[in-house]
Design a protein around this ligand. Structure first.
Ligand code: SF4
Ligand code: SF4
Length: 311
């Protein structure tokens, strides 16, 4: 398959000379930090397949990254991803307690496989700083009942202002079961957030029967795209975007990138947190990519014409 190419920058308008250094509307500066490249699951649809699993940063590397995050001005959201963050002992012994000493909001993406006592400890360490827990339901490795029992225990241990969302990839295998799964998740009082399955450089080519099931789960696809009630991987090509300035992705290697699409094309490199070269941009850019597969920049208010939402 020929990979999709970014739209050449020459085809979109230049960034205005007086563009502000931060979005001039409500937004939440956010870093997505891949605290490790290791996962205890091996989902068939994982975009970080086993050969790309890269292990854990050392104690020293984590401390350097934590020092960079502690220096971020004012209050940021630090959203931790992996692999699986809880897969490393250092997550609860070093990372979360250190972040809890900053003013930042602490969020995490997890497959929720950690034992209940670890999830409870996580909630206690974060205290009022706990922002959003995005729990991914992977039916190849757990059951709905087990998953909801752990998530309910975590919610009970967390402060009232914390948010919980259940992500679920619309993989073709379990697709027929997912309307019922969605109902169970919502009956337990959690938001169900379906995600179209991504393959290397785009979306999985669902056939017509599969698309009917997708519509049953997601509802009207245009409404879902507009309201962002599902991850439909929209396009924001040509819009001003403050990623790199008020949002960035920090990898387990210490390398920082302006957004995931830019990284995929080898663009938007911001330097490395371990060797002290990380520099955020001072200005927005115009998006030159055909899809925006990650919901965080949009939901945190980084993109022109896309309102902040979700906590
Ligand atoms: S839980 Fe997430 S990171 Fe781990 S194998 Fe599954 S999709 Fe990949
Ligand atoms: S975050 Fe989305 S809108 Fe911004 S540059 Fe990346 S792909 Fe484009």
């Amino acid at each position: 398959m020929v990979p999709a190419q970014p739209v050449p920058v020459a085809t979109v308008d230049p960034v205005p000379a007086d563009a502000p250094d931060a979005p001039p509307w409500p937004h939440l500066p956010t870093v997505e930090w891949q605290v490790c490249g290791q996962c205890n699951y091996d989902c068939s649809y994982c975009i970080q397949s086993k050969k790309y699993r890269v292990g854990y940063p050392t104690h020293d590397e984590l401390q350097r990254a934590l020092a960079v995050l502690a220096d971020l001005p004012d209050r940021w959201e630090v959203k931790m991803t992996g692999g699986e963050p809880f897969a490393s002992r250092l997550f609860l012994d070093l990372v979360v307690p250190s972040l809890a000493r900053t003013p930042h909001r602490i969020s995490t993406l997890t497959n929720l496989s950690a034992p209940v006592r670890q999830l409870q400890r996580f909630a206690e360490l974060c205290g009022e700083q706990l922002g959003i827990v995005s729990a991914s339901l992977h039916l190849e490795f757990t059951t709905v009942a087990e998953f909801l029992a752990r998530l309910t225990a975590l919610r009970e241990a967390a402060h009232d202002g914390a948010s919980f969302v259940v992500n679920c990839v619309l993989a073709p295998g379990p697709l027929a079961r997912l309307p019922e799964v969605k109902r169970q998740v919502e009956d337990a009082g959690f938001r169900f957030f379906p995600q179209l399955m991504k393959v290397k450089h785009g979306l999985y080519p669902y056939d017509e029967a599969q698309m009917q099931l997708v519509r049953e789960i997601v509802g009207d696809l245009q409404v879902a795209t507009r309201t962002r009630s599902a991850n439909m991987a929209p396009a924001y090509t040509g819009r001003l975007c403050w990623t790199g300035a008020r949002y960035f992705v920090l990898m387990h290697s210490g390398d920082a990138w302006s957004c995931r699409s830019a990284k995929r094309y080898g663009e938007g490199y911001l330097g490395n947190a371990y060797d002290g070269t990380l520099q955020r941009r001072e200005r927005p850019v115009r998006c030159g990519y055909p899809i925006c597969p990650c919901t965080v920049p949009a939901n945190r208010g980084m993109i022109e014409g896309v309102e902040r939402r979700g906590g």
